[in-house]
Design a binder for this molecule. Structure first.
Ligand SMILES: Nc1nc2c(ncn2[C@@H]2O[C@H](COP(=O)(O)OP(=O)(O)OP(=O)(O)O)[C@@H](O)[C@H]2O)c(=O)[nH]1
Ligand SMILES: [Mg+2]
Length: 429
């Protein structure tokens, strides 16, 4: 579809970040560049950006008051109406800045939520974004209604018996939002249940999932591996909905591979929690392909951010193959490839753009996918030794108690299976 210029002016914004560790100044700069890219994806014009070096975060304003005054002057001078912070602001901080500097304020989380709501296509991801938005709003209602109390302020009842109008309105709104959260959560639970039923019916097929930092090239690799044509864009969070396709791994043997939402540093906790249905595909995978843009100077920080989200959703124990993408952009930094191949076990270096080394990636996939399996075991309670041994011979994903014994789901190497095979209840648990 062709973009039509509606003539609507994009909001003009300035960006600010705070650096509390001077050794990490370059990283703060990279983070602010990333915020600029996020803002552009959210259709905002970035006029200028600033970083303040300070010992610690200002509790009331996040950045220093004097620094913000200077920025406010620059905003007036350039007709910028929006100030965007590179971190999540507390409800109090954003309220104070709006009130005392008379400017519109947004934070990193709100920009990410805005992009997510623009890019959500399926019923599932739309509900997930809605849930994250509601959870973000709940503690921030005061921002919208405190003016009612300020207006009435002086005329307030001296008996102290009545609360301000704003206060009452907040109570009403809180109730509405909580009710909405309940409804959306219920809808998502239904989707989760459907997913679990669907999964059972195709559980004999191995599942591979592409994970990684946003813009790393996951969708590009997905297309190369499957011959599909999912959306690839030089934008952050181009993919929000999971796409799965079956691929041929070996003669006659098939696996399902999924392309899914990317991660970013400081991904709001609420957003991750709200994306449980989408991230279920990651949690259920037998093998993760962790895709990283090796041409980015901060790619190791990206790997750490992705790993921390994986840990948060309990997917950090799933076998994981590092895939370094965009080697065509390395130029004189080709040496990075050598350093990383020593540092990251089983890593592959590819270019989804030129197709370089994609065959090695397929070979690696073939070798790895059959090495381990996700299986379910039932141990009678008296088999304490066997239960304990599971932690050394496999990656235990879950452990539950039932009337018959301990049920464990674990990812286990084929050659270790012999020792606990008699407790096996299902393959691909
Ligand atoms: N030069 C080069 N560019 C690449 C390569 N792989 C992907 N790209 C570009 O990188 C950008 C992001 O690619 P995507 O495949 O959309 O990345 P993604 O990881 O799916 O991103 P999100 O869905 O936003 O998380 C696009 O502009 C791609 O054309 C590569 O190997 N080399
Ligand atoms: Mg993508």
């Amino acid at each position: 579809m062709e973009m039509i210029d509606t003539g609507i002016k994009k909001p003009r914004a300035m960006l600010v970040g705070v650096c509390t560790d001077s050794k990490r100044f370059e990283y703060s700069e990279a983070s602010l560049d990333e915020l600029e890219k996020l803002a552009e994806t959210a259709e905002i014009d970035v006029v200028d950006k600033f970083i303040q070096n300070r010992k610690s975060i200002n509790r009331a304003y996040y950045a220093g008051k004097g620094f913000l005054e200077e920025v406010k002057n620059k905003m007036d001078f350039t007709d910028a109406e929006l100030l965007i912070f590179d971190n999540e602001l507390s409800p109090m901080q954003s309220r104070n800045i709006m009130k005392d500097f008379k400017i519109e304020v947004l934070d990193r989380t709100e920009i990410i939520l805005d992009i997510f709501s623009r890019h959500a296509k399926s019923k599932e991801s739309k509900l997930e974004v809605k849930l994250a938005e509601l959870k973000y709003q709940l503690p921030r209602l005061k921002k919208l209604w405190s003016h009612l109390d300020r207006e009435r302020g002086a005329s307030g009842s001296a008996t102290g018996a009545s609360r301000g109008m704003g206060e009452k309105q907040i109570e009403v709104d809180k109730r509405i939002i909580k009710e909405d959260i309940r409804k959306v959560t219920h809808e998502l639970e239904k989707i989760m249940t459907q997913k679990i039923t669907q999964r059972k019916s195709r559980s004999e097929v191995k599942k591979i999932c592409l994970v990684g930092y946003t813009n790393a090239g996951k969708s590009s690799l997905f297309n190369k591996l499957t011959g599909e044509n999912v959306l690839v864009e030089d934008k952050l969070f181009a993919t929000l909905d999971t796409t799965s396709r079956s691929i041929q791994i070996d003669k006659g043997e098939k696996a399902v591979i999924s392309d899914t939402v990317g991660f970013i540093q400081n991904l709001p906790h609420n957003l991750i929690a709200s994306f449980r249905a989408t991230l279920k595909d990651v949690m259920d995978a037998d093998l993760l392909l962790h895709v990283t843009d090796i041409s980015d100077d901060f790619c190791e920080e990206h790997i750490a951010s992705v790993n921390s989200v994986l840990a948060e959703i309990g997917a950090d124990r799933i076998p994981n193959l590092p895939v370094f993408n965009k080697i065509d952009l390395l130029g004189e930094y080709r040496v990075r490839e050598e350093i990383f191949s020593d540092k990251y076990k089983n890593s592959t270096f590819v270019s989804a753009a030129t197709g370089e080394n994609l065959n090695s990636l397929k070979e690696m996939l073939k070798a790895k996918i059959n090495e381990t399996s996700r299986m379910k075991f039932l141990f009678p309670f008296e088999e304490q030794k066997a239960i304990a041994s599971m932690y050394s011979i496999s990656e235990v994903i879950s452990k539950e108690y039932s009337d018959y014994g301990v049920i464990m789901t674990a990812i286990i190497n084929k050659d270790k299976l012999r020792r606990v095979k008699r407790f096996l209840i299902t393959e691909n648990g």
